[in-house]
Ligand binder design. Structure first.
Ligand SMILES: Nc1ncnc2c1ncn2[C@@H]1O[C@H](COP(=O)(O)OP(=O)(O)O)[C@@H](O)[C@H]1O
Ligand SMILES: Cc1ncc(COP(=O)(O)OP(=O)(O)O)c(N)n1
Length: 265
């Protein structure tokens, strides 16, 4: 039987309260009418107040999960989020290269609460070996600073960081997210050929847990449908703006976003 929906895969950690990681990715895929699959890298004990504990899945078992998926059905696109170690990244890189699957990397490093989610060796591997395999990477300001080695405060700094990503690190395209800067929430897509700038009003809320995961999951879902990166970026931006605006108001801290109400493009 031929499949009736596009398929997107997320390779990421879990958040038992459903705000970040695999669970929010699957909600976003579903909301975009894309069939979701997942391979789990780490189990975290976290909530809207912070990360209480992390258990990394043994690398052989990550390999086993990905083998189960790829032996059975080829996803149309995949994304990754939290990948705690360089060993896990090496396994993921092997699958991306073998199956030549469109791949979006959300280079997750630190949770909103300030807790580290991946180790220093993993950050080096990400910068030197993994980001080159992706169609697009989606760093926030802190991640872009860490990977590019620049301090980023202004639009000019963002342009300089993008040049490092594309010219020096060999990345195909990068979306630098401005959620952590002041003023409007402005995100920038850079490819070798052009820059696309999308801006929205900053929403005054602390309910932004899992925004980066959700944004990159929507982009991955749109890529799985065969949409262009530029179009996927627009949908991701519209979706996350609506999702933050209509927060479900869950938890005592930095709450998650809303997956119910966005039906646009
Ligand atoms: N307060 C906010 N108001 C509007 N958009 C926001 C806000 N915070 C984040 N965003 C948007 O959410 C997405 C994720 O951005 P960001 O918070 O920078 O990433 P991360 O969750 O990885 O730290 C981006 O599109 C960003 O512009
Ligand atoms: C398991 C897991 N993955 C990723 C994150 C970080 O999520 P992100 O959307 O990048 O940002 P915040 O939730 O920190 O705003 C996480 N906390 N847990």
């Amino acid at each position: 039987m031929s499949k009736k929906f596009p398929i997107a895969l997320t390779v990421a950690g879990t958040d038992p309260t459903g705000g970040a990681g695999v669970l929010t990715d699957i909600k976003a895929f579903h909301s975009r009418e894309v069939y979701g699959m997942s391979a789990v890298t780490s189990l975290t004990a976290q909530n809207t107040l912070g990360v209480q504990d992390v258990y990394n899945i043994p690398v052989d078992f990550l390999n086993a999960q990905l083998t189960s998926i790829f032996d059975d059905e080829l996803p149309d696109a995949m994304k990754s989020g939290m990948i705690a170690t360089a060993d896990m990244m090496e396994v993921i890189k092997g699958f991306v290269e073998k199956y030549r699957i469109p791949y979006v990397i959300d280079p997750v490093m630190i949770a909103t609460s300030g807790d580290n989610l991946i180790d220093d060796k993993a950050i080096d591997y990400l910068r030197d070996h993994l980001i080159q395999t992706a169609l697009c990477i989606t760093p926030n300001i802190i991640e872009a600073e860490r990977l590019s080695g620049l301090s980023i405060k202004t639009e000019e700094d963002i342009n300089r960081a993008a040049k490092i990503f594309i010219n020096d690190l060999g990345v195909q395209s990068v979306i630098i997210k401005g959620g952590h800067l002041k003023g409007d929430a402005v995100d920038y897509l850079f490819t070798k050929e052009h820059v696309q700038r999308l801006s929205s009003e900053r929403i005054d809320t602390n309910h932004t847990h899992g925004t980066g995961c959700t944004f990159s999951a929507v982009i991955t879902a749109e890529i799985a449908k065969g949409k262009s990166l530029e179009s996927a970026f627009k949908t991701g931006k519209n979706y996350i703006t609506n999702a933050i605006k209509n927060t479900p108001g869950i938890g005592k801290g930095n709450g998650p976003v809303n997956h119910f109400s966005y039906k646009g493009e």
